[in-house]
Design a protein around this ligand. Sequence first.
Ligand SMILES: O=C(c1ccc(-c2ccco2)nc1O)N(Cc1ccccn1)C1CC1
Length: 427
Amino acid sequence: MFPPSSSIIFAAGLTGLAVAAPSSPFHKMGSFSIPQVRNAGYVRHGPTALARAYMKFGAAMPDSLFQILADFKISKRDTGSAAATPEQYDIQYLTPVSLGTPPQILNLDFDSGSSDLWVFSSETPASQVKGQAQYNPSKSSTSKEVSGATWDISYGDGSSSSGNVYTDVVNVGNATFAGQAVETAQQVSSSFTSDTNNDGLLGLAFSTINTVQPEQQKTFFDNIRDDLDSPVWTADLKHNEPGTYNFGFIDDSLYTGKIAYTDVDSSDGFWMITLDSYSVGSSTSNLSSRAFHHRPSTFPSPSDSASTPLTGIADTGTTLALLPDSVCTEYYSQVSSAANSQTAGGYVFDCDATLPDFTYTVGSTTITIPGEYINYAPVDTTGEQCFGGIQSDADIGFSIFGDIALKAAFVVFEDDGSSPRLGFAQK
Ligand SMILES: O=C(c1ccc(-c2ccco2)nc1O)N(Cc1ccccn1)C1CC1
């Protein structure tokens, strides 16, 4: 699906998720939110070992998930929000999820760019496990093997995993969904093994790209949607500070202005949207420059990005913003020290460079990604060169609006089962 050799460095993002008791015709489960926990940073999959070596970070992860759960503040059943504290460089966050009876708690990376709930398990070879918690279905009285079912997924950065399938009780927050497909890993690629605190993924894309065969399985959100007050989950990611995920409701205190909605094309299984326009630098500077260089209205400006749409997916499982080469060129032409480095695997620049903002619009809502968000991380320990948060989407076929783009906005993922929409608001 994607060239494993792509020289893009990007890291896993995170998400939070909700759940509900078995759907009941008598009451809506309401809405939930869940704490994310930060993950000792590991760039999810550096397509080149060199890049991974450059981007290595370490940071202790809270020792016990139980302590985190103990602090877990589930609000009452019809409201709730969870703070997510990012690891350095907002690499990824993980959410404790309990599986089976008695509960086995794993930290999962929720990913709006994929649709499998898979976990490190008792079936994962010991040589491929490095500290991850493992789900053991034989220790759960409620697990049921889905006979003959297998799964196999490969991600855009060349990582992959595969295995068997069980159904079991999955509990996040104070609600439970019985019968959730839990995909146990019998094989994980090296970048998952080295991501020592990430115990698996929970997909929040559309179930049409779930990889279980012969019978495709539903995502967790698809399973719980009908039990929520409203078929939504919202992402309020932040830069180097706790963000918030809510499920089943829109918390008006988390955004300002209006939420502008845009239709989602889910035909590829992703939250695919078209942003109406983008611009590089603060719009006022652009306007002032345009004011001084008025062009006859008969000659459209060569790169009038102010009305150029961008089509891509909202992907919490990718940290960076992967955009067309033309946009990368336009952006980094404003950064005198920038270069597209083969060794680093993408655009780099002096760490003390002043970076322009990147602005995109959805309908009447304008989202500005401050320049400092686009300084992703130092390339190496000298701290001289830094890696850009905007990189090329070459060879993917669409752009990927990862956390770098999403954390500047309050984002509503709405899926009523027939006409999905994405909402964006300033905050
Ligand atoms: O990694 C994935 C990704 C997710 C799910 C699946 C998949 C295959 C079968 C079912 O789902 N395949 C992917 O490859 N990215 C992000 C990405 C980033 C960079 C380059 C390519 N891609 C998908 C969301 C676009």
